[in-house]
Ligand binder design. Sequence first.
Ligand SMILES: Nc1nc2c(ncn2[C@@H]2O[C@H](COP(=O)(O)OP(=O)(O)OP(=O)(O)O)[C@@H](O)[C@H]2O)c(=O)[nH]1
Ligand SMILES: [Zn+2]
Length: 199
Amino acid sequence: MPYRSLEEYNIEITNEVKDRYSHIISEIGEDVNREGLVKTPERAAKAMLFLTQGYKQDAASVLRSALFEESYNEMVIVKDIELYSLCEHHMLPFFGKAHIAYIPNGQIVGLSKLPRVVDIFARRLQVQERLTEQILDCINDVLKPSGVAVVIEAAHMCMMMRGVQKQNSVTTTSGFRGSFQQQETRNEFLKLISSDLSS
Ligand SMILES: Nc1nc2c(ncn2[C@@H]2O[C@H](COP(=O)(O)OP(=O)(O)OP(=O)(O)O)[C@@H](O)[C@H]2O)c(=O)[nH]1
Ligand SMILES: [Zn+2]
């Protein structure tokens, strides 16, 4: 296969996806040549490729890029990280918040890298359970902390706009490794993520 630059590759993929969106728009009974829809297949293709860009990103190397040796060994919590993902069953959004904690074991990570890891795994076709575990495992494998915990609370559009049509249900998933498997540590984390410092 001839060499293609990343830019050429992206243009090619965008065009492929765009053609398929054109077809879908026709199939649902719309006129793809109508003024408001002329650019829609391209916009939709770019949006879908943006929302699934996580396949091309390596969460572990993002974490590895900002590790610092420190003796701090208390709980570090980054809570209320907003997330947007796509459910793999309907390709409809699910969205909400992730809360992450870890207890360092000789090294800390740049704080911004935790939300970056959330985005990398969220920007794929997902189920909430696997998303939770992938974030957890990635942090555990790279930081090798004394413990790590992840809680995700999310609303699923496939349960709101269609199907069972429940507007207010929120799904919570969680995962705990190392010292978070102890009741006391886990409870401290759960208490801290449910507290609102501004009130
Ligand atoms: N466990 C889990 N299920 C999910 C997630 N996102 C969507 N689902 C569910 O995936 C299931 C797919 O079930 P199916 O019966 O094959 O699909 P369906 O006929 O469209 O189901 P309904 O949504 O009940 O209409 C549904 O129950 C969805 O609610 C997720 O992140 N985790
Ligand atoms: Zn779904």
